[in-house]
Design a protein around this ligand. Structure first.
Ligand SMILES: *[C@@H]1O[C@H](CO)[C@@H](O)[C@H](O)[C@H]1NC(C)=O
Ligand SMILES: *[C@@H]1O[C@H](CO)[C@@H](O)[C@H](O)[C@H]1NC(C)=O
Length: 290
């Protein structure tokens, strides 16, 4: 009898993940790269918390990462959902660069997600106003000032960066309903029939951890990693001043009031180094992977 009980109990623990001491972690890579860019961070997790299961998303790698954001989110959402279902005790997310916006797209559009802590690692949550050098070969060679003329058109929206291009001088175009700009929809700045659902889904996370810093060199402005952007005078508009924060359009203010927003500003780290810096992992991420 006791043997049988032990067997059943062990099976129960296995089924429900009670024996896992740490929640599983989903990793999402950035633009023009692949899962291999997050291999180091995956190792840091397993060193710090042996036995942690991880899903390092192997999709939309390299050139495919330039595809429209909703195309990517829709497919990746399915992959992540399977992993979430296999870990009913909940998962964490570490999403790097453009990957942070992919993850936000998943968190807002997937009602049944079970994400506890969402770590946004140098991700342009406030949008981009500047084309990184590595992306330049794939977009028209026009200065940031004028590229909205291409990006804020249906054809221009076929490349991922155009879906989160945040031109402070042309927010009217960014928000125009017919264009359905990905970031405008995530921010609920453009009419979105799923707006309420997006907010409710996003609010299911326990904490949002935002990591970025002034020496990043790619995220423009770097404050975008904390929902900052340029304003129409070229100055920085911080998260708290953003219209979508003030109106609590998608739950950011609720998270802030709940004490669920963690903002880390870390100098001395270049954009490509974030996922390879074990000190950044140890100091700012490890504690959130409980
Ligand atoms: C992009 O445009 C600038 C200014 O017109 C020009 O100097 C530069 O050579 C162009 N670069 C490419 C790759 O065409
Ligand atoms: C987007 O569309 C433009 C114009 O049709 C085309 O030149 C470009 O190659 C397309 N880009 C992608 C990533 O599909």
């Amino acid at each position: 009898m006791p043997g049988r009980f032990l067997f059943c109990f062990t099976l129960f623990m296995y089924q429900y993940g009670v024996s896992d001491s740490y929640r599983a972690v989903i990793l999402m890579h950035g633009i023009l790269s692949s899962q291999t860019s997050l291999n180091n961070i995956e190792q840091y997790i397993k060193q710090a918390h042996p036995g942690t299961e991880t899903l390092n998303v192997n999709a939309f790698n390299d050139l495919d990462s330039l595809q429209p954001m909703w195309t990517q989110v829709t497919q990746i959402s399915g992959v992540m959902k399977k992993f979430m279902d296999a870990h009913p005790q909940g998962v964490h997310m570490i999403c790097y660069s453009q990957g942070g916006l992919i993850c936000r797209g998943v968190l807002e559009s997937l009602s049944s997600h079970n994400v506890h802590n969402f770590i946004s690692l140098s991700s342009p949550q406030g949008g981009m106003y500047g084309v990184p050098n590595m992306v330049k070969p794939f977009v028209p060679n026009i200065s940031s000032k004028y590229i909205y003329r291409v990006f804020y058109t249906p054809r221009g929206q076929n490349v991922s960066i155009a879906n989160y291009w945040y031109d402070p001088y042309h927010l009217d175009l960014f928000k125009q309903p017919s264009l359905k700009v990905f970031l405008a929809q995530l921010n609920n700045q453009a009419p979105n029939p799923q707006g309420n659902a997006f907010k409710n889904n996003f609010l299911k996370i326990k904490n949002l951890i935002m990591i970025g810093g002034p020496d990043d060199g790619v995220i423009t402005p770097w404050q975008s990693s904390h929902f900052g952007s340029f304003d129409e005078k070229g100055k920085i508009k911080e998260m708290e001043e953003q219209e979508y924060f003030v109106k609590d359009s998608f739950g950011l203010k609720t998270l802030a009031n709940r004490g669920a927003l963690q903002k880390y500003i870390i100098p001395g780290v270049k954009h490509t180094h974030w996922p390879h810096n074990q000190n950044v992992f140890k100091t700012y991420m490890e504690k959130w992977l409980d």
